[in-house]
Design a protein around this ligand. Sequence first.
Ligand SMILES: [Zn+2]
Length: 173
Amino acid sequence: MKPLARIGYGFDSHEFQSGIPLKVGGITLAHDKGLGGHSDGDVLLHAITDALLGAIAAPDIGALFPPSDPKWKGADSVIFLREALKRVRDAQYEIANIDSSLVLAAPRIGPHAASIRTRVAELLEIHADCVGLKAKTPEGLNLENAAIAHVTVLLQAAKSKKTTKRAKRKSKR
Ligand SMILES: [Zn+2]
């Protein structure tokens, strides 16, 4: 039988590089360095994408969008997130909530946390109070030039349209 709930976990890291914009959670932050590597380097969206894919045991972001394919160089990571969300829905699940931790020395995430949560919620089509975001500095890790994201997601079985209609009729009575 199909599980009523499924958990997903995603991890990602990227190295800071000069001369590129810094994208985190689908928004651009003012900083003198951005994140290099796969696509636009949006470490948070990549970890969320992998958490969603992992929850339904789908192939991961690297398998679906190989970094070796020039097509994805500089690509908007929202494309990856949307594909993962589509697969979640095709598997008849919806997102209950997500939680995330960002680990980076700079810039400070606090002042941008609300905008990041709002943007991520909008992309996932859930409420902002279902998007947890903590930012930490890499104390004792000697990782001043990297950004790391850890994400967990909880999926719940989607209510079928039939059930929704019946529920509507019931509430009308
Ligand atoms: Zn990545």
